[in-house]
Write a protein that binds this ligand. Structure first.
Ligand SMILES: [Zn+2]
Length: 98
């Protein structure tokens, strides 16, 4: 009955999040699920500024379960999609991607 790995459950919880979601989660300050939208407050990893964005719940769930962001959120702007890929704020996206 010896348990050599005391971190098993914590590790399992961390691993249950897909990598692309875990990356966004690290930069998430707040996430509120409304009736038809998900409101997310993110921190830009480049400049540290906080900003908010919302996505339709259906599309957000599709993205979280592994769909490509452009397939899951076809109506999101390229900037809004990039938030879910790099978490960069609009200003830093302009700076970095031109
Ligand atoms: Zn920024």
């Amino acid at each position: 009955m010896t348990n050599t790995n005391t971190n098993t459950s914590a590790t399992a919880a961390a691993n249950s999040l897909p990598m692309h979601v875990a990356r966004v989660e690290r930069n998430t300050l707040n996430l509120v699920i409304g009736t038809d939208k998900v409101f997310i407050e993110l921190v830009c990893p480049h400049c540290g500024r906080a900003y908010s964005v919302s996505y339709p719940i259906d599309g957000f769930k599709k993205w979280a379960s592994g769909a490509h962001v452009q397939d899951a959120l076809p109506n999101a702007t390229p900037t809004e999609r990039e938030y879910l890929i790099t978490c960069l704020c609009e200003k830093c996206q302009e700076e970095i991607f031109g």
